[in-house]
Design a protein around this ligand. Structure first.
Ligand code: MN
Length: 285
């Protein structure tokens, strides 16, 4: 026992000796706190955010990134927000009244992102626990500016770019949890539930307020609509979302899916399209 205690004391001493050249966890946290104070003054880092150049961690955690088309840069993804029932016909098929409902939002973890490179078909694993795995094709907006209570008229200035994405859904689990008034996470927010293409800058593709959006499965059209049929526009979504959450650079927003969501099984190939963006192709494996 004495030996072990000595060894512990020894290693503690070594740690103390090493401390001046290596920021301790406590000082790192204090540093993050200072950065968080900076956030009040407009710095983008929230409480607990690190500055990877100075903070030491016992292991690395992958940071979700989206390639930015036409550049060598990657877009760092902070949060993935999704709006529910944002096309009237889809709201009806999900059993709600599109004329009365305020927009509502849920999140997927940012590491649910699965990058789908254009011009190829990406394998997407069928997830566990479900027997009713649904596609939802959606326009995704990416923010480079944050804020609270953003006016709809100013909201598009916060958008850096757009891509096409799938809000993959374990529909049976989502419905079961809804029926029991439990959270949707297991139905919506699981691993790789957010396949999407690389990001296109507004400077290159403009804003998306209209244009065809469709999804084919094995070459057959399943979903087909126009972006102008959204109940809440991207600008309105940003505005509403910013009343509930402080938005930050790096946030993504799935803008809702049109009607005719439906199931896929292993072997199915989904092809998604939005006018002005390259198609997305995913094989369920
Ligand atoms: Mn959706």
């Amino acid at each position: 026992m004495k030996k072990a205690a000595d060894a512990l004391a020894q290693s503690a001493t070594e740690a103390a000796a090493a401390a001046p050249s290596r920021p301790s966890r406590r000082s790192a946290l204090q540093g993050a706190g200072l950065l968080a104070l900076g956030a009040v003054g407009g710095c983008a880092l929230p409480v607990g955010a690190d500055s990877r150049a100075t903070v030491q961690t016992p292991f690395d955690v992958a940071r979700p990134l989206l390639p930015i088309v036409g550049t060598s840069e990657q877009f760092p993804v902070r949060r993935i927000y999704c709006i529910g029932r944002n096309y009237a016909a889809h709201a009806r098929e999900m059993g709600s009244d599109p004329t009365r409902e305020l927009p509502f939002f849920f999140q997927k973890p940012s590491d649910a992102l699965q990058l789908v490179a254009p011009g190829a078909t990406t394998d997407h694993p069928y997830p566990p626990l479900t027997k009713n795995y649904h596609y939802e094709i959606e326009l995704v907006a990416a923010l480079s500016k944050g804020g609270r209570n953003i006016a709809a008229g100013d909201a598009l200035q916060h958008v850096y770019g757009y891509t096409i994405g799938l809000d993959m859904t374990r529909r049976d689990l989502q419905r079961a949890m809804g029926d029991e008034k439990k959270p949707w996470e297991i139905g919506k927010s699981f691993d790789r539930s957010a396949p999407m293409g690389p990001l296109h800058r507004v400077a290159d593709v403009g804003h998306f307020t209209r244009g065809a959006i469709w999804l084919k499965v094995n070459g057959q059209v399943k979903q087909s609509a126009d972006l102008k049929q959204m109940i809440w526009s991207v600008a309105e979504q940003i505005s509403k979302l910013s009343e509930a959450f402080e938005l930050m650079p790096g946030d993504l927003i799935y803008s809702g899916t049109p009607e005719n969501v439906g199931p896929v099984v292993r072997g199915d190939v989904m092809e998604g399209h939005i006018d002005g963006l390259p198609n997305l192709s995913v094989r369920v494996v």
